[in-house]
Design a protein around this ligand. Structure first.
Ligand SMILES: Cc1cc2nc3c(=O)[nH]c(=O)nc-3n(C[C@H](O)[C@H](O)[C@H](O)COP(=O)(O)O)c2cc1C
Length: 186
């Protein structure tokens, strides 16, 4: 598969089969991640391959936070349970942590590099026959999640990649054509 094909075939996918992702596949994704462009070669990332306990800690906190917006206690309980179940079920979850530079310019460059590393993993996953889904949000700053994952002061969990064999085909999202967002300057 070419990179162009991988870019065209990538879709965010929330439904995975139960087929496990192998350790070899995970290591390939991580190796691709650190090949991302990285100004000053700061290697600003840490990758947490989340096992059942780390996921459950996150899933519980996420469920509690989502359920706060639901008034009905039964519906809130169901939402907490479903969120926990969804979070532990994915064949693979990798959290990507940024080591925060005290220098604002480097901080911004490092954040960009983190997303390039994430994109490398998303495209590598396509080439391995895997689908992915990104999760971001304030939940990663929750003290209980930070503690469960060992995210230190001076670090930030930027997002989580879920990956696995896709269960069904996700529809492509419609894009604004590049031509509508492009100016060719003389
Ligand atoms: C920085 C970033 C954060 C994202 N966070 C989430 C998220 O928290 N939850 C979610 O469902 N999708 C998240 N996504 C995925 C986007 O919703 C998805 O890429 C978009 O809908 C386009 O669909 P596609 O990836 O299938 O092309 C995120 C994507 C990016 C780039």
């Amino acid at each position: 598969m070419t990179v162009i094909e991988a870019i065209r075939n990538r879709r965010s996918t929330k439904k995975f089969t139960a087929t496990p992702v192998t350790r070899d596949q995970v290591e390939t994704l991580l190796e691709l991640a650190v090949l991302a462009p990285n100004h000053r070669m700061t290697a600003p990332w840490r990758f947490l391959v989340l096992g059942p306990e780390a996921r459950a800690a996150y899933g519980r906190v996420l469920g509690i936070r989502k359920a706060l917006k639901v008034a009905d206690p039964d519906a809130a309980h169901t939402l907490r349970e479903r969120t926990l179940a969804d979070t532990v079920a994915a064949p693979l979850m990798i959290a990507v942590v940024q080591v925060l530079s005290p220098n604002p310019e480097i901080l911004e460059e490092d954040y960009a590099a983190i997303w390039m590393a994430i994109q490398n993993m998303l495209l590598g996953a396509v080439a391995l026959g895997l689908a992915t889904h990104l999760r971001t949000g304030a939940v990663f700053g929750d003290p209980a999640v930070r503690q469960a994952w060992g995210v230190a002061d001076g670090e930030r969990a930027v997002g989580v990649i879920l990956a696995g064999e896709p269960d069904g085909a996700a529809e492509p999202k419609v894009r604004v054509p590049a031509a509508e967002r492009t100016v060719w300057l003389p």
